[in-house]
Design a protein around this ligand. Structure first.
Ligand code: ADP
Length: 344
């Protein structure tokens, strides 16, 4: 104090000063701790985030790797499948070819066993032709022109019969160009019926059809199937010509586990006991030589077997003959007309 020259010292207890300092220090330390905690938290979150990104990218890489592996597996499987399909197609082709050759071989062997009967069948008219020709010469020498002309007519008829035998035999020997294909049954029946319509109408034969509306697809050949149907229908008309009215012809189809059974029944005299045993034999006939060659059912039987089907015949309990064509079912195909000619 200047006026007095005194110096006044005020002493305070240290504890009074320490407290604010400590408080400041504690507050500062607390703040620092908080900051460090915050910083630590942030660092941890960042690490987590980075770890997640790393994990994600690892997972993505693994996924991509697995996708690649799977794609490779699928490609390998695909090429194996393609290879298998190719092999199957090849095997199928070989099978069809083998079947074709087998059918041809069986036809040729049938032809072989038939050759004895064929030479007999052809030799008979040949011998008759020779006789008629020799006689015609003698008759001409004697000026009997009309008798000679009659002989020439008989010769002509006999050559027709021989030509007919040969035409039927062609059906056996012909190599079918096509493997069995999908054929619509109802149109084939219509075609076969159309060919015989005039004769059926002239004979007043009632046709009773019991066929499903939906087209039935069978394994066959257009031509071969029409040929078989034509032969069976012609036989039925022949049989019906032996009986008086009412003449009836039933056509019905039945779906079976393997395919389709087509039944043709007539109310004619039915098969004789001998015909039931022998009708499949070439040249077996109960008709006169002018009416029948005995080749129809033999050809039908061979054709049906070549198509993987069957021809069955029996007498119906209600009278008349019943023939059944057992045909294999086929996938739906395209309705076509075959250009091949055929013999009925
Ligand atoms: P074809 O008709 O030239 O005699 P097939 O081989 O067609 O030769 O027939 C052989 C025989 O089977 C006939 O002669 C006949 O006795 C008998 N047959 C065929 N179909 C019938 C039928 N629908 N009814 C009665 N008999 C039949």
């Amino acid at each position: 104090m200047e006026e007095t020259g005194w110096t006044v010292s005020i002493l305070a207890p240290r504890s009074l000063l320490d407290r604010p300092v400590r408080t400041a220090l504690v507050a500062g330390g607390g703040m620092l701790l908080l900051l460090m905690l915050l910083l630590g938290l942030l660092m941890q979150r960042r690490r987590h985030y980075l770890e997640r990104i790393a994990l994600d990218s690892q997972a993505r890489q693994q996924l991509e790797l697995r996708v690649q592996e799977r794609t490779q597996d699928l490609e390998r499987l695909n090429s194996r499948l393609k290879q298998e399909v190719l092999e199957r197609e090849q095997a199928q082709q070989e099978l069809v070819q083998a079947q074709d050759e087998l059918v041809q071989a069986s036809k040729l062997s049938a032809l072989g066993t038939m050759s004895a009967s064929i030479s007999h069948e052809l030799n008979q008219p040949l011998a008759a032709i020779r006789n008629y020709a020799d006689n015609a010469g003698v008759l001409l020498d004697h000026g009997r022109h009309d008798d000679a002309r009659a002989n020439l007519k008989l010769i002509s008829q006999l050559t027709e019969r021989m030509a007919s035998i040969i035409a039927h035999l062609r059906a056996f020997a012909r190599r079918d160009r096509h493997a069995p294909e999908s054929v619509a049954l109802q149109p084939a029946i219509d075609d076969a019926l159309a060919l015989l319509a005039k004769r059926r109408q002239a004979m007043q034969v009632e046709l009773i059809r019991d066929m499903p509306d939906a087209t039935l697809w069978v394994q066959a050949g257009e031509t071969r199937l029409r040929q078989v149907l034509g032969n069976l229908l012609a036989n039925a008309l022949d049989a019906l010509s032996e009986v008086p009215q009412p003449r009836r012809l039933w056509l019905s189809a039945e779906l079976t586990a393997e395919g389709v059974d087509l039944h043709l029944r007539d109310n004619g005299p039915g098969f004789s006991q001998e015909a039931l045993q022998r009708a499949r034999e070439p040249f077996f006939t109960t008709k006169t030589s002018a009416q029948g060659l005995g080749l129809g059912l033999a050809i039908c039987d061979t054709l049906m077997r070549a198509l993987g089907g069957e021809l069955l015949f029996a007498n119906h309990p209600g009278g008349g003959a019943q023939l059944t064509l057992r045909l294999r079912a086929a996938a739906q195909g395209i309705k076509t007309q075959s250009p091949e000619d055929f013999v009925v």
